[in-house]
Design a binder for this molecule. Structure first.
Ligand code: GLU
Length: 488
């Protein structure tokens, strides 16, 4: 069997972490099996679907590197034989209508004329009587005459699917195992709205069938839709795809992941300086693991190792700290050229180091490559190389600029460095050590004020490398400024 899976987002908002994870698991499942990964846009909600959201889906998937084999492309072209891949376009072509008409003709669906007010009253009444607030099937057995009368009175109708009232609907879920629902708990769901558009549950079944999906991998929040969808497959005599419902993603407090937990759009992670590969690595482990709990994956490794059997049933907890740690790991593994390229937009945004020689900038960025956790923090950590005036940390003011000993050490180093022509890391260190020794000081008594004077900080990159990259003029100027800094 050649695997066909899809990511079928509704373009009604940003692409979120949960959506990206669903896309990823489908993508990995397809890749591992040499199958096809399809993108289908489920835009049958006319009021809430927007082109902007479609763009966010394209941008998010592209940035994350989850390219699809079939579906609409951002440049307007279409890949694959099942075009169109937008459900609204499919609806406009009357594609769902013929299946609806077929169900109506076979008495498996019916027109329902209930108004919003009637439905609301029905819900209230059910709740008052401790019944689930569901449609009670009152239009199920209307006679032709009754229907004609209602239509003549100007009533609009939706079309509902006749669910069986007895028995069970069961399926074997690849993650959840055997799942069974009592049919008495199902209700006659709307499959066509008053606008003539199909609803999600209906269009999804028709398209999954027509597009030849072998597996449906989606969030657990859809598991309650599955028995209804299976009944629709049955009504057409179709076999349903194999189901796999992914556990929900929770925030650290155990509630469904939301904005409150930082579940912003995928593109926001890009803006915050996360690397797509790190985010993907992290998301892969959100509800899935290898038997040996591998944490970091080399490029291409996830595609080989992903096994849906390793997916857990219980909710996965989104842990921003772990994601940030992982991002740092990925940053550390980058070549300096790659890191430089990735950091560039952030430097530009922070208006730092514009026009600085590329080699020099690469050297400066590399100085603290070990420490970066996100790309976004890079400008702030290297900005002291490029400012005219050093900003001193509180600690530096207290312990260096207010200290006569520290100032005296800086004066010694100022004299020694003024005479130095061989401005290299090794020479700079040698002289600093020599100066300390000759004046009966410990190395730290010179190194620390020196670092503080040139960077304004008490911690930072390797000191003498930093001095080499800054150059003689800048170092002497900063040492002089620190000596002359008057603490009022
Ligand atoms: N359009 C649905 C959603 O975005 C897709 C559900 C499914 O995968 O069947 O939630």
């Amino acid at each position: 069997m050649s695997i066909r899976v899809r990511f079928a987002p509704s373009p009604t908002g940003h692409l979120h972490i949960g959506g990206l994870r669903t896309a990823l698991f489908n993508y990995l499942f397809a890749k591992r099996e040499g199958g096809t990964f399809i993108l289908r846009i489920e835009d049958t909600d006319e009021e809430r679907s927007t082109q902007e959201s479609v763009k966010a889906i394209y941008d998010g998937l592209m940035w994350a590197g989850l390219t699809w084999d079939e579906g609409p492309m951002p440049d307007g072209t279409i890949k694959g034989p099942h075009s169109p891949y937008y459900q609204a376009q499919r609806a406009d072509q009357g594609l769902y209508k013929k299946y609806i008409d077929d169900l109506l003709a076979r008495g498996l669906a019916y027109k329902c004329y209930c108004t919003e007010e009637e439905l609301e009253a029905m819900r209230k009444e059910a709740l008052a009587n401790h019944r689930p607030p569901r449609y009670d099937g009152r239009c199920r057995n209307l006679t032709k005459e009754e229907q004609a009368k209602l239509e003549a009175s100007g009533r609009k109708y939706v079309i509902r699917f006749k669910m069986p009232k007895e028995g069970t609907t069961a399926f074997d879920d690849l993650i959840r195992g055997h799942v069974s629902f009592e049919n008495k708990d199902l209700y006659d769901l709307v499959i066509q709205k008053t606008s003539g558009y199909p609803t999600y549950n209906f269009a999804c079944v028709i398209d999954d069938h027509l597009m030849g999906m072998t597996h449906v991998i989606r969030g657990d929040d859809h598991i309650s839709n599955t028995p209804a969808q299976i009944q629709i497959y049955k009504a057409f005599g179709w076999q349903h795809p194999i189901m796999a419902h992914l556990s929900m993603i929770h925030g650290p407090d155990g509630t469904k992941l939301s904005k409150r937990h930082g579940d912003t759009s995928v593109i926001e992670y890009k803006k915050q300086g996360f690397l797509p590969a790190a985010l993907i690595n992290y998301l892969a482990l959100l509800g899935w693991s290898t038997s040996d709990s591998q944490q970091l994956f080399a490029p291409g490794e996830l595609e080989k190792k992903f096994d849906i059997k390793g997916c857990q049933k219980s909710p996965a907890v989104f842990d921003n700290l772990k994601l940030t740690w992982m991002n740092g790991e990925y940053i550390r593994q980058m070549s300096i050229d790659a890191l430089y390229e990735a950091a560039k937009p952030f430097l530009k945004e922070a208006a730092i180091a514009q026009g600085v020689n590329e080699e020099k900038l690469k050297n400066i960025i590399a100085l603290e490559q070990e420490k970066y956790k996100t790309l976004k923090e890079i400008p702030g950590l290297i900005s002291f190389f490029f400012t005219d005036k050093v900003e001193y940390e509180e600690d530096v003011i207290e312990k260096v600029l207010k200290s006569n000993d520290a100032k005296a050490a800086l004066k010694l180093i100022e004299t020694a460095y003024s005479a130095l022509d061989n401005w290299t890391e090794t020479a700079l260190e040698e002289i600093a050590r020599k100066t300390a020794k000759e004046n009966g000081l410990k190395a730290g008594q010179v190194f620390h004020p020196l670092r503080a004077a040139v960077s304004g900080r008490s911690h930072g990159p390797t000191l003498f490398k930093m001095l080499e990259f800054m150059g003689k003029d800048m170092v002497l100027k900063r040492v002089g400024d620190a000596i002359n800094y008057s603490v009022s």
